[in-house]
Design a protein around this ligand. Structure first.
Ligand code: THU
Length: 128
């Protein structure tokens, strides 16, 4: 898990978050073993900003992987941040319900959830 947490930390340190001042780093391990990371990228037109998880998923897809095996998200603040609702759905597109999502503070507390805990009853077009 160390390489995943290091990748999330490095991405968090590169976040572009001048409006919220809340830097987030995300790293996903693909089923191929490769680690892909991303950070939040804000914009003066606030709704155009991207979450860190979205950036990490984009890096994974561009790298040719389509299956997430593990997720690590790093934030600052008083307690580890959890993925927003939209990012839960984005992660669920590529991660099965048993995939572990580690939410951590830099150098501290780590809370681990499964995808199924974070997004029960995820929308899946195949099941409609
Ligand atoms: N943010 C993420 O990067 N991931 C989340 O799951 C929650 C929120 C970012 C978006 C914005 O740049 C900042 O955190 C404050 O909302």
């Amino acid at each position: 898990m160390k390489n995943l947490s290091n990748a999330a930390k490095a991405a968090m340190q590169k976040a572009y978050a001048p409006y919220s001042n809340y830097s987030v780093g995300a790293a996903v391990r693909g089923s191929n073993g490769e680690v892909y990371s991303g950070c939040n990228v804000e914009n003066a037109a606030y709704p155009l900003g991207n979450c860190a998880e979205t950036s990490a998923i984009a890096a994974m897809i561009a790298g040719g992987e389509r299956e997430i095996a593990e997720v690590f998200i790093m934030t600052k603040g008083a307690k580890p941040g959890t993925p927003c609702g939209g990012c839960r759905q984005r992660l669920a597109e590529f991660a099965s319900a048993d995939v572990l999502v580690h939410c951590a503070l830099e150098g501290g507390e780590v809370n681990t959830y499964t995808m199924g805990e974070l997004l029960p009853h995820a929308f899946d077009l195949k099941e409609q």
